[in-house]
Write a protein that binds this ligand. Sequence first.
Ligand SMILES: Nc1ncnc2c1ncn2[C@@H]1O[C@H](COP(=O)(O)OP(=O)(O)O)[C@@H](O)[C@H]1O
Ligand SMILES: [Mg+2]
Length: 390
Amino acid sequence: MEMVVVGMISGTSYDAVDAAVGDFSIEDDTVVLHPRGLRSAELPGPIRARIAACLPPAPTTIEAVCRLDTELGQLFGRVAAEAISALAPGGADLVVSHGQTVFHWVQENRARGTLQLAAPAWIAEATATAVVSDVRSRDVARGGHGAPLASTLDAMLLLDGERRRGSLNLGGIANITVRDGAGAVIAYDIGPASALLDAAVTELTGGRVRMDGGGAMAARGRVDEDALARLLDDDYYRRPPPKSTGKELFCAAYLHQRLGDRELSPDDLLATLTELTARLVADACAAHGVEELVVAGGGVRNPTLMQRITALIDPAEVRPLEEFGLPAQAKEGYLIGLLGYLAVHGLEGTLPSATGASRGSILGSITPGEGPLVLPEPASTPVRRLRISR
Ligand SMILES: Nc1ncnc2c1ncn2[C@@H]1O[C@H](COP(=O)(O)OP(=O)(O)O)[C@@H](O)[C@H]1O
Ligand SMILES: [Mg+2]
């Protein structure tokens, strides 16, 4: 059934709430997406501060969690309503909300639980539209990592080219989707992207600046090979996929613990952390024989990081996601929209080979909009491809 879907997420960087609006339909084994556009609302300072105060290793209270869940739900609701009035004046059929990850519980390389906040009742209330939320838990309940969910979109849109392609997202964490030697889709979190860059800048500036804008500091600095070796010496990188991680591990405290007594100038620290991400990406590309790397996420706007990735993966080539019809900034929003659209059609939103689950899952929980919940007819056959229509 053709539906106007709003896909929403605030990523681990908690920089902004992104709402991507698109028309989705199914033709045979193909989901057709006509992207209408992205609305991105910066997270207000006070909410950012309250998220930061809740994140590990900080202790928190159940009161703080309740307040944050409510405030984020209200914020997502406002952004959804704005996105609908700007991009879908005739109304939307479905809102899909990833919410804000506040804890991703991984122990002995298994995901045990995962928690995203932004109470869906407020989103349904603000939009009078049904909401799919909590899109990771079902996969975790089937033994998967609940991540990287991007693998679903990547497999449907990007991995069928002639050349061996990889799909990279540079958010707080970097994740990649590739095919393994046997052709199965695998995906995993490579390690930190902006998580450590943002943590370092935030700490160095006492919170006044929160990112290395344009990669300027990293461009001025020099890579400290000793510090880089200390950073690379982490068991996480040696573990085989499937695997997932988050800011529970890659936070400011982690930096201090890894670097110990090694003192770096601010610019050199940023250069070294930027090189860390580029090296991890290049190692992953080499391990999977990637010939073309499609890159998306906020890290695309960091030219120093992109230059280092381009240099280190050579002769493999970087290809912007835009060449495949989606803006790099909007990928995660459309991905979340896709997962909800699949869910309400009774279609699985995960690939067990990618997340490590025992089987694929129909994702999410559904909150009714105005009036009774009416779902489309379940799709009669599985879908395999995503086509972007202009
Ligand atoms: N102009 C820029 N210069 C450098 N880094 C940037 C720029 N714009 C965004 N970023 C980086 O991208 C991050 C946000 O990327 P995003 O894909 O939204 O991540 P997430 O999914 O974790 O929220 C920011 O925290 C920042 O580190
Ligand atoms: Mg973001």
